[in-house]
Structure formats: structure tokens, C-alpha cells
Design a protein around this ligand. Structure first.
Ligand code: HEM
Length: 405
């Protein structure tokens, strides 16, 4: 047998999918020395860790990953504390609020970004759209001054750099701490003003939320907003870029989506399975746990390889084929109940923003297709994915007939 692939090597970063397959087949549980964690690659195991029916796993590992830049977020909470926090924040991300208040915000931000390049005939969809759109939507949903949106985008860039700083570069760590401080100095007074003069925005909803007599402190709300930069920004950014990378690589499926826009939803779901924005999620074991391939000791870190689980041949037929028509992918219309790919995780921490992400991707993809009827990649360009924990196309230079007028 060959030695376990190193998830921190350049070869893995260039193409993790072959290594994932080897792990699923030959070593579904690997103790990975450099990260000191156990790699879990099969669908059934990752699903079991996420669902955690027997309460065998905690999210304590997030204390050292997220605390320095965000403070204490919902992802670090467990048990009743988590359930209450979840009930406080979740209503804003589904149902009437999403449809009535935030759909117009999503549509407006997509339109403004597209208007900036639709007359030019060329753009980089990653730089000009994907990395901007979800962050601007969050800033706008929170009701922040439009003049401050660029600063918000700057904090986003710093947070992403901090979370992706696997090598522990001290300059990036210092920048992360500075960001935490600047973000708090900006957000806390805004939150306090909103408590006095509530509006129709997400921040006011978070200030007013109350469950069993519990409300969120200014610090709780600030930490949640900070988390949204990464949880709601970088993920949706990569999802939109990957939808286009996948469709552009499969022109017949792109043509089908153009003709029948109800397929955008399936293109999104299949993209989340085939090229998920988040490839790795970690958990801590409370006690000893049995998984395929062996026993994990108590107090160990388990790394769930979502990018591998989503291509498990035991779960999906021909898993390395991008096919939005595949019949073993549950339609995403019953989203929160059972998105069967694991891109949004499952169980208690299932992505609170899944419906918002879907609304953003649907709006963004539809508006982009409308604005660029003959969208194609720049001549000879081959998209390259980058990132190991989060992953998506590094750039997507495209050409199209410029809009008239
Ligand atoms: C949780 C993925 C979009 C907010 C999660 C988790 C994943 C995920 C994998 C679980 C983390 C864990 O269990 O450790 C994604 C993907 C997205 C997306 C792939 C886009 C396609 C969003 C958006 C928002 C959001 C748009 C909000 C603006 C959150 C929050 C949590 C979360 C707050 C924590 C939930 C909890 O701890 O109970 N997301 N997400 N996400 N997501 Fe998303």
C-alpha cells in the first residue's frame, strides 16, 4: 500500500480528488501527523460525524480556530446554549424575512455589480462578481451605510487570509487581531444605535430577537456578524464561481440551464456535491469513537473531508462526473430537510444560511446569464481550483458580446 497522501502538500492542493479516492478505498481513517488530526473520507462516516446522534463530537476545536479573529461564535457553542442561539438567529435567514426584506437587496447588489462590466465584453467573474457579491449582500442586509461597504469588504479579505493562514505567518496573524479590533470598534456603536433606533434590517432583527427570555449581547451580535464574513461570504463566493466553472466546462448543460432556468437550482446542488466550497470541517471527539477503518481516541480532532464524501462511489453513481440531471441527488427544493450532499454539513450546525445562499446563487446566476447571452471562457483558458480547506476557481476570465446602450 502507498503512504497516506499529505493534505498539506502542493500535489494535494493541485488535485485532491485522486487522493480522496485512494483514502476512501484503502485508508478511510488516517492519522495525519502534521495537523494532528484523523482524516475521515467516506460518506457514511462524515454523515455520522455531522449528524452526531450519540453526541460523540464537540466543536471545541473552533475555540482556537475562530476565537482570535471572531470572538465566541455560534459554531463554538453546544447543547442548550447552541440551540437557543440558533433559534435567535435562524428566523432571519428563512421564510418571510428572506423573501420580502432581503430578496430585493440580493437583486440590487447583483445588478449593480453586473452593470459595472456588462458593456465591456470581458471580465473575471471571480474578481468582478463572486468575491464581491455575497459580502456586499451581507453588509446591505445588516443595514450598514453604503459608504462603509468597501471597508466591510476589506475586513472580509483579512478574515479569509487569517483563516487560511495554515503556515501561521505572524504578519497575517497580527492583521487578523487588528481586524478583530477594528471590526469591534466599528460594529459595537452601530449595534448600540440600532437598539435605540431599530430599522427593517438584519441587525435590528438580531437586536430584537428573544428566545426563552434570552437575548444576544452587543458582543454576541458582533461575533455573529464577523462569522458571517467567512461563513456567508467566502462560501457563497466560491459556490457561484464553481457553478460557472462547471457549466462552462459542460456547454450542453450550460445550454440546458439557459433554456430552462428552473435548472439553476439543480446546477447549484450538483456544484455543491461535485466541487463543494468547504472541503474540510473539524470536530473533537468527546470519548473513543469507532469509524470505518478503526478507533479514534477521546479528545482527538477529526477532519471530515466533505470533498471526498460527496464523491463517494458508495453513495453516488459515477461520482467524478458533473451531471445536474443525475437522479441520485435530491432536488434542493426541500433544502433544509435533506440536501443529501454534505456541503452544508448536517445536524445541529447545518448551515443556517443555506436558503440565503441558494437565493443569492439563483439571483446571481440568472442575472449573469441574462447579461451575457454568449458567455464563454477567454480563449485557451483552463480554470484552476485553489485552496485546501475552502476551494474554488482562482479566476474565470470570460468573454461575451457587450450589452448595448
Ligand atoms: C454553518 C457551508 C452559506 C452562515 C455552515 C457549515 C457549513 C456551511 C459546512 C457547518 C459548519 C460546521 O458544522 O462546523 C456553507 C456553504 C455556503 C454557506 C457551502 C454557500 C454555498 C452561508 C451563508 C450564511 C451562512 C450565506 C449566512 C449569511 C452560516 C452559519 C453557520 C453555518 C451562521 C453556523 C451554524 C451553527 O453553528 O449552528 N455553513 N455555508 N452560510 N453557515 Fe454556512
Amino acid at each position: 500500500a502507498s503512504s497516506p497522501p499529505d493534505i498539506l502538500s502542493p500535489a494535494f492542493a493541485a488535485d485532491p480528488y485522486g487522493a480522496y479516492r485512494a483514502m476512501r478505498e484503502r485508508a478511510p481513517l488516517i492519522h495525519h501527523e502534521p495537523t494532528g488530526s484523523y482524516l475521515v473520507s467516506r460518506y457514511e462516516d462524515v454523515e455520522r460525524v455531522f449528524k452526531d446522534r450519540a453526541q460523540e463530537f464537540t466543536t471545541e476545536n473552533y475555540d482556537w480556530q475562530l476565537e482570535p479573529v471572531h470572538g465566541r461564535t455560534i459554531l463554538q457553542l453546544s447543547g442548550r446554549e447552541h440551540a437557543v442561539r440558533r433559534a435567535l438567529v435562524a428566523p432571519a435567514f428563512r421564510g418571510a424575512d428572506l423573501q420580502e426584506k432581503f430578496l430585493p437587496v440580493i437583486e440590487r447588489n447583483a445588478r449593480e455589480l453586473i452593470d459595472a462590466f456588462r458593456h465591456t465584453g470581458e471580465t473575471d467573474l471571480v474578481e468582478a462578481f463572486a468575491t464581491r457579491f455575497p459580502v456586499l449582500v451581507i453588509a446591505d442586509m445588516l443595514g450598514l451605510d453604503r459608504a462603509d461597504h468597501q471597508r466591510f469588504h476589506g475586513w472580509y479579505t483579512d478574515v479569509i487570509a487569517f483563516l487560511g493562514n495554515l503556515a501561521g505567518d505572524p504578519a497575517v496573524m497580527a492583521a487578523g487581531e487588528r481586524t478583530r479590533q477594528e471590526f469591534a470598534e466599528y460594529m459595537i456603536p452601530v449595534i448600540q444605535r440600532r437598539r435605540e433606533e431599530p430599522g427593517d434590517d438584519l441587525l435590528s432583527a438580531l437586536c430584537a430577537a428573544e428566545v426563552d427570555g434570552v437575548r444576544m449581547s452587543d458582543e454576541d451580535i458582533k461575533a455573529f456578524c464577523s462569522l458571517l464574513l467567512a461563513a456567508g461570504g467566502e462560501t457563497t463566493d466560491k459556490a457561484i464561481a464553481s457553478v460557472f466553472a462547471n457549466l462552462l466546462a459542460h456547454p450542453e448543460q450550460l445550454a440546458a440551464v439557459r433554456r430552462d432556468r428552473s435548472l439553476v437550482d439543480r446546477a447549484f446542488a450538483e456544484t455543491l456535491r461535485y466541487t463543494p466550497p468547504v472541503h474540510m470541517i473539524m470536530r473533537q471527539t468527546a470519548g473513543e469513537v469507532e469509524l470505518s477503518g478503526g478507533t479514534v481516541p477521546a479528545g482527538a480532532t477529526v477532519t471530515c473531508l466533505i470533498g471526498s464524501a460527496n464523491r463517494d462511489e458508495a453513495r453516488y453513481a459515477d461520482p467524478d462526473r458533473f451531471d445536474l440531471f443525475r437522479d441520485d441527488l435530491t432536488s434542493t427544493t426541500a433544502f433544509s430537510a435533506a440536501a443529501d450532499h454534505l456541503a452544508f454539513a448536517l445536524g445541529r450546525h447545518f448551515c443556517v444560511g443555506a436558503l440565503l445562499a441558494r437565493a443569492e446563487v439563483e439571483t446571481g446566476v440568472n442575472q449573469l446569464l441574462d447579461a451575457m447571452p454568449d458567455l464563454r471562457l477567454a480563449d485557451g483558458f483552463q480554470p484552476v481550483e485553489e485552496g485546501v480547506f475552502t476551494r474554488g476557481p482562482a479566476s474565470l476570465p470570460v468573454r461575451f458580446t457587450p450589452a448595448a446602450g
